[in-house]
Design a protein around this ligand. Structure first.
Ligand code: HEC
Ligand code: HEC
Ligand code: HEC
Ligand code: HEC
Ligand code: HEC
Ligand code: HEC
Ligand code: HEC
Ligand code: HEC
Ligand code: HEC
Ligand code: HEC
Length: 324
């Protein structure tokens, strides 16, 4: 079956010779969808490509001229015909490139869909016929969509370079770097989360395909909620909230991408605190009579030596964040 040219199949079918065989081939995909827990026999049957519909020629035909494209696709998730949602289980190459019969008959004059000649929206519409659920449901209206970034800006179907997710660059950081160099550069600063160590990635926090949160953040509905999805102990509510946090955001004090201060703080201690607390009553408290600039409050971990529950306190006497 597989080696027959489509034209031959049609001729034979018209003659009624192979009618029975053809019926099986055509209904195959339906059987596959109805039986997700397929045994080995059925699994073998799933590998058989469906007979091309009118105007379509099938991947085997495309590969006679475009050698190697089928092998590359088959090595990727798009080629896993066992999954009924893949191009391989649908029209093969033509799921994306459109019906190819006219092109095969006159390759020079008629071209199938050429992705490098399409608008960003047309590319995305093609991919979104299948990728429109789960993490992809919010692409429309996302910051990337709005700026004409398309699926093939970041992904390559035929020549991916990354180990995961078919990116055009060798890894996420390289991929994002082409446009967001400043953010990637910050990962090299002394205070940072373990992104450059490979324990986290840009997509630990962001969904480049769209999100309900600000800044394409994956979790929660605010910057605080996004951070607290991992740092749960900072979530609160606390008996005593630090108004600088509850009213605003973690990013007021931390740069999520990294900084040259300890703990990714946006400014060195105590200056960070003094951005807001420049009128602190400290100088008139019992501790010392000196002005702050020459006091012990500058040394060690500065303000947080004493105010260690800086993110909020549940202690009955924790109103000034001296106790957890
Ligand atoms: C008979 C040989 C032949 C077959 C079969 C064939 N093609 Fe082509 N295809 C060509 C040739 C030759 C070109 C290049 C024409 C040119 O450069 O002007 C081409 C060009 C293309 C292009 C554009 C390449 C570019 O650089 O943008 C795509 C995409 C393509 N083919 C996809 C397919 C698909 C999908 C199929 C199966 C439906 C297919 N081709 C079947 C010969 C073939
Ligand atoms: C999932 C969608 C999809 C499938 C399936 C697919 N292509 Fe493509 N094709 C693309 C995209 C997108 C590009 C643009 C370059 C890229 O992303 O690698 C492309 C580019 C091409 C090109 C232009 C040259 C190049 O490499 O850029 C040819 C030729 C081609 N495809 C042939 C094929 C053949 C033959 C098959 C089947 C074996 C096939 N394609 C299956 C999406 C697809
Ligand atoms: C006919 C349906 C279909 C079309 C059209 C399609 N895909 Fe897919 N794609 C799939 C399926 C199914 C998978 C397997 C993973 C899954 O279930 O999401 C997949 C997987 C992927 C993956 C993940 C690969 C990995 O290794 O994790 C990427 C990236 C991808 N597709 C990009 C694209 C792009 C870009 C386009 C448009 C040029 C496209 N797809 C068009 C069905 C499709
Ligand atoms: C700004 C770059 C970028 C753009 C644009 C982009 N992606 Fe992705 N995509 C990624 C990255 C990075 C990952 C890896 C995510 C991960 O590893 O968690 C990914 C993962 C995927 C995956 C596999 C995992 C999953 O989330 O299902 C699919 C499928 C996919 N993208 C499809 C698409 C489609 C379709 C489009 C266009 C609507 C698109 N992507 C646009 C960067 C991008
Ligand atoms: C720990 C979580 C986290 C990681 C990891 C992360 N980001 Fe972010 N990113 C954020 C938060 C939170 C914001 C919002 C900051 C703000 O608005 O002050 C943000 C904002 C951004 C912005 C918009 C910033 C602006 O100034 O408009 C870009 C672009 C960005 N991140 C890219 C990246 C890239 C690229 C990576 C990977 C190198 C990455 N991010 C890794 C949390 C993260
Ligand atoms: C082709 C260029 C390009 C690539 C590659 C790219 N982005 Fe973007 N990104 C943009 C543009 C353009 C914007 C919109 C900026 C704006 O509106 O100021 C944006 C915005 C963002 C934002 C901020 C959204 C906001 O609310 O301001 C985040 C976060 C982001 N991108 C993350 C990523 C991540 C993560 C990657 C890598 C997976 C990535 N981007 C790759 C072009 C790109
Ligand atoms: C996906 C999970 C995740 C998210 C989301 C996340 N973090 Fe982290 N964060 C980590 C991990 C893992 C570490 C390293 C912990 C360790 O080494 O013990 C870390 C470490 C830190 C550190 C200590 C860094 C140092 O130099 O010791 C700070 C500060 C921090 N995160 C703040 C934030 C902020 C602010 C946000 C929101 C913008 C955030 N995190 C979002 C996982 C996350
Ligand atoms: C008012 C400024 C400020 C805000 C706002 C803030 N932090 Fe911090 N954070 C600090 C300081 C200062 C340290 C260093 C504490 C130390 O060294 O003892 C720190 C340390 C951390 C650490 C590492 C040490 C630890 O306690 O685990 C994490 C993680 C962290 N912050 C997460 C967050 C998260 C998540 C948010 C938002 C909910 C947030 N921070 C908001 C000032 C702030
Ligand atoms: C973004 C501004 C901002 C930053 C930065 C900030 N705070 Fe606050 N802090 C506030 C606000 C607003 C309040 C509540 C109003 C008040 O009483 O002053 C508060 C309350 C406090 C209180 C309790 C005050 C009281 O009267 O009960 C202490 C203690 C405190 N902050 C210490 C710190 C320390 C230490 C730092 C540096 C690690 C810091 N704050 C950084 C805004 C900030
Ligand atoms: C040696 C320990 C210590 C250090 C260091 C310290 N504080 Fe305090 N702070 C306290 C104590 C104790 C109180 C409570 C005083 C009271 O109840 O009257 C307090 C109260 C406060 C208050 C609330 C009362 C007021 O004066 O408004 C603020 C705000 C504050 N500190 C900010 C800071 C900042 C900012 C720094 C760093 C520049 C800092 N503290 C360093 C011990 C310290």
């Amino acid at each position: 079956m597989r080696c027959l040219k489509p034209m031959t199949i049609m001729t034979l079918a018209a003659a009624g010779v192979f009618a029975a065989v053809l019926t099986i081939a055509v209904t195959d995909p339906v059987v596959v969808e109805a039986a997700p827990a397929a045994g080995p026999d059925q699994a073998a049957a799933q590998q058989a490509p469906a007979t091309p519909a009118k105007g379509y020629v099938g991947a085997d035909t495309c590969a006679t001229c475009h050698t190697g494209y089928d092998t590359a696709i088959n090595a990727s998730k798009h080629g896993q015909a066992k999954n009924p949602r893949t191009p391989a289980a649908a029209q093969g190459c033509e799921s994306c490139h459109g019906p190819g019969e006219a092109h095969v008959n006159d390759p020079e004059k008629v071209k199938p869909v050429q992705f490098n000649k399409l608008s960003a929206k047309a590319v995305t519409d093609t991919c979104a016929t299948c990728h429109n659920r789960g993490p992809h449901a919010l692409w429309k209206g996302s910051q990337h969509e709005a700026r004409n970034v398309s699926c093939v800006t970041c992904h390559s179907v035929h020549q991916p370079k990354s180990a995961r997710a078919q990116l055009k660059a060798t890894n996420q950081q390289q991929q994002c770097m082409s446009c967001h160099r400043d953010k990637v550069a910050k990962l090299d600063r002394s205070g940072h989360m373990p992104v450059r160590e490979g324990k986290m990635e840009c997509t630990s926090c962001h969904n480049p395909h769209g999100s309900t949160n600000v800044r394409l953040l994956k979790a929660g509905n605010s910057i605080n909620e996004s951070c607290a999805s991992c740092h749960t102990e900072k979530r609160g509510p606390f008996l005593f909230e630090h108004a600088g946090i509850s009213g605003d955001s973690c990013a007021t004090c931390h740069d999520p991408h990294g900084s040259n201060n300890d703990r990714m703080l946006v400014a060195k201690l105590p200056f960070l605190c003094q951005r807001c607390h420049n009128h602190t009553r400290h100088p008139s408290t019992i501790y010392d009579g000196k002005v702050l600039q020459s006091s012990n409050r500058l040394y060690s971990r500065a303000c947080v030596t004493c105010h260690s529950a800086i993110h909020g306190s549940n202690h009955p006497a924790g109103s000034t964040f001296l106790r957890q």
